[in-house]
Design a protein. Structure first.
Length: 402
């Protein structure tokens, strides 16, 4: 009598669906889902010859610096279509009120940055086009001391606020270096061009699904931002159907949306700035920032970060959409005045941190002025900020073997 089953050993991929310590792990420990995976590549090369080394405690006694929305002036704007066509100035869509109960389509999870040197250099070059766009959209403001994007200022803010190191340690970057900001001299010869390199979305990309809600449409921690932006721009009737049969506002499955950017200038602590900020929607000439957060993680949205982000971008209103599995639970609208009314000490806290950023940037200016040809990078290494050359480092063979 023959067996009615196949005795051949099947080579199946082992899928792990349980991670010890996943529930209730402490705040500064490594997420157990990431223990079995190497950290994402976040640097072009490990800086070994430091031009300057900065620690947070170096800026504790920095003088306060004041910045208010009235001193921030818009000097240009542009928009980019999905095909890559650039239009100047930007025609930012009008805001359409967001209502509770709407469902948003979730995007696929982010991919990690490439690991090969040649591909990683190409990846960085594609990200760094700040000066070229500023030259087209705001040609009269290229003589500033600092030309930067808003993200680079917010990243340095996290460092001087002592929140960056715990964040990176928790995400398994404690043993590797993270490029925060790329620095180069302006072709005009006066100022510095600073562009944010750290991408937290891609740093956490390709994570296994936690199983919070086991449905067909597993997206590995994607975002709802494209669908939210479509809804706020009046495209709520453009929808897709979930696997459960419910209708949801479409994200990029219905086509990518145009991207809008603004250039703003201001004076801070004796330095002049030209800053690029993303624009989402506008209402009666006032700009509105859109953000979303899961209901169970809404405490991660901090008032100080929101306040400074609005000041840097001359934003009239910030809208936070609280969602649960894509369904809009609450829409929170705040102005700068609302935040200061609820947190009266926030202006003083912001001035303290702005003073630290100004002191840091002045030290960077001195080091770069006395250095050879760039570019340079501000790189995070084990809680310290290292200023060094932004270049690929050839590792000696004997060191690689060791």
């Amino acid at each position: 009598m023959s067996n009615n089953w196949d005795e051949e050993i099947l080579n199946r991929e082992v899928v792990r669906n349980y991670y010890y310590g996943q529930r209730g792990f402490k705040k500064n420990q490594i997420d157990p889902r990431l223990r079995d995976k190497e950290p994402a590549r976040m640097n072009l090369g490990h800086v070994t010859e430091a031009m300057s080394i900065f620690k947070v405690e170096d800026f504790y006694r920095a003088e306060f610096a004041k910045l208010d929305g009235g001193s921030v002036k818009e000097v240009g704007s542009y928009q980019v279509s999905p095909s890559g066509k650039v239009s100047i100035p930007a025609n930012v869509p009008k805001y359409s009120p967001i209502k509770r109960g709407k469902r948003l389509e979730k995007e696929p999870g982010f991919k990690r940055p490439p690991t090969e040197d040649e591909e990683y250099v190409k990846y960085v070059d594609e990200k760094c086009n700040l000066y070229e766009t500023a030259k087209e959209a705001a040609p009269s403001s290229l003589d500033k001391d600092i030309i930067c994007d808003r993200g680079s200022l917010m990243t340095l803010l996290d460092f001087v606020s002592e929140t960056l190191t715990p964040y990176l340690n928790k995400r398994k970057q404690y043993a590797s270096a993270v490029d925060l900001v790329k620095i180069s001299k302006s072709p005009s010869g006066k100022g510095l061009v600073m562009e944010k390199l750290m991408d937290t979305d891609k740093m956490l990309g390709e994570r296994p699904y936690r199983g919070g809600w086991k449905r067909e449409e597993v997206s590995n921690h994607g975002t709802f931002k494209p669908a939210l932006q479509r809804l706020a721009q009046g495209g709520g009737k453009t929808s897709t159907t979930m696997c459960t049969g419910l209708q949801q506002v479409a994200g990029t499955t219905a086509g990518e949306l145009d991207e809008y950017f603004r250039f703003l200038e201001f004076e801070l602590g004796g330095l002049s700035f030209l800053t690029k900020a993303r624009a989402h929607v506008q209402n009666d000439g006032g700009y509105i920032d859109l953000n979303h957060k899961n209901f169970y993680y809404q405490d991660e949205v901090k008032a100080l970060s929101t306040y400074l982000k609005m000041i840097f971008g001359k934003v009239d209103k910030s809208i936070l959409v609280v969602q649960r599995s894509g369904k809009i639970h609450e829409v929170v609208e705040k102005t700068v005045e609302d935040i200061t009314e609820k947190q009266p000490m926030i202006a003083e806290a912001a001035e303290r941190r702005l003073g630290r950023i100004v002191t840091l940037l002045k030290e960077v200016q001195k080091a770069v002025d006395s250095a050879d040809k760039g570019p340079w990078v501000l790189q995070w290494q084990r809680g310290q900020l290292i200023l060094g050359k932004f270049e690929l480092v050839e590792v000696a063979e004997e060191m690689a073997v060791a």
